[in-house]
Ligand binder design. Structure first.
Ligand code: CU
Length: 370
């Protein structure tokens, strides 16, 4: 479990962006990046209504930014590519927390290096809590029955983290054949034998997961990127694209071990085993079905949560369709014209992939995969 950095007491928190080494496999240190540590960052918890003073110091030899992905705040506080923190500099935005409880994701969003910095470890969970959520009796004992789970695929060679390169990266994003949860290889979660809340965060660069349990048990889907759903939804599988989050309640009362697994990634053209490329060629495995996380229920902690799934999680009022004054149709297009792609120099961008809305009206944006 990442350490919990609760912003409540001082209405503030501090992050230091740093480089370091991480031994994903014993005795095989890899060069990595992290916040207040060598890989990934603490789980930051903020509370609705607070104005939270963030203090972010860049201890790298490179520019960075910290983007609060999912936080509803003005753009000048949001840590996008335009808000560079230079090496040695400190950025101090005050974040007004004015949204319902939700599971968010903070990460580097520096121009031209986002993919590399996130791949190397610059990501973490950001939790918003509020009175409504705390009144529901949901499992909320951090690290015991309330677990943030950052899921990432990474590539290793001889036990050391490597940065995939080459044409497949330009086309597919950075992928890997090893799935980590909270930076751990072959992870195991000891959970109490009761209802447990999982906050799934897809912190991968490019992989889409189709998640389910090895014993096909159903679970309750209770939250999305925007916060809690109005009502829990019983599911046996859920899809999670990069950046997406999902909150689940899983019942481990029967004490049986089970694994969270992912199906093959059918969005990857590597599925066919194209066998291209030098470095990272074994990435034909990068789309294969895999175990994500094993759960071992045992008597743990005290059951402070109610142990039942609330019938009403949150009151939501949606737009009233009958009041619509106009119907618009927007179509999203993608076209690729290969000739001048410079795959020899695979960096952050590759030319001539045209993404558009309404085919032509807003065409030819440069695409930078991250
Ligand atoms: Cu983001």
């Amino acid at each position: 479990m990442p350490p919990l950095l609760d912003a409540r007491p001082g209405r503030s928190f501090a992050l230091r962006v740093q480089s370091g080494t991480t031994s994903f496999y014993p005795g095989r240190p890899s060069d990595t990046l992290g916040y207040n540590g060598s890989y990934l960052g603490p789980t930051i918890r903020v509370r609705r209504g607070d104005d939270v003073a963030a203090v972010v110091t860049n201890g790298l030899n490179a520019d960075t930014t910290v983007h609060w992905h999912g936080l509803l705040i003005p753009g000048e506080l949001d840590g996008g590519p335009h808000q560079i923190i230079a090496p040695g500099a400190t950025w101090r935005p005050t974040l007004p927390i004015r949204q319902p409880a939700a599971t968010l994701l903070y990460h580097s969003h520096v121009h031209g290096l986002t993919a590399e910095q996130v791949y190397s470890g610059l990501a973490g969970a950001l939790l918003v809590t509020d009175d409504e959520e705390q009144g529901l009796g949901l499992p909320s004992e951090y690290g015991v029955d309330d677990l943030p789970l950052l899921i990432q695929d990474r590539q290793f060679e001889n036990g050391r983290l490597v940065m995939p390169g080459g044409m497949m990266v330009a086309m597919q994003g950075r992928r890997g054949d090893t799935i980590l949860v909270n930076g751990a290889v072959n992870p195991l979660a000891a959970v109490p034998n009761r209802l447990v809340r999982l906050r799934l965060v897809n912190a991968s660069n490019a992989r889409i997961y189709e998640l389910s349990f090895s014993d096909r048990r159903s679970f309750h889907w209770i939250g999305t990127e925007g916060g809690l759903l109005e009502h829990a939804v019983a599911l046996e599988a859920i899809t999670l694209a990069p950046g997406q989050r999902a909150e689940l309640l899983v019942d481990f009362t029967d004490g049986r071990s089970a694994s969270l697994v992912t199906a093959a990634d059918t969005n990857s053209s590597m599925m066919g085993g194209m066998g291209m490329m030098g470095r990272g060629a074994r990435r034909t495995d990068a789309a294969a079905p895999a175990t994500v996380l094993r759960f071992e229920p045992r008597p743990l902690g005290q059951a402070r949560a109610s142990g039942v799934v609330p019938t009403l999680l949150a009151s939501r009022t949606g737009p009233d369709a009958s009041k619509a004054v106009r119907r618009r149709r927007l179509s999203l297009n993608m076209a690729q014209s290969a000739p001048s792609c410079d795959f020899g120099q695979v960096g952050e961008r590759f030319g001539n992939v045209a993404f558009g809305i309404d085919d032509g009206n807003h065409r030819r944006g440069q695409f930078a995969p991250s």
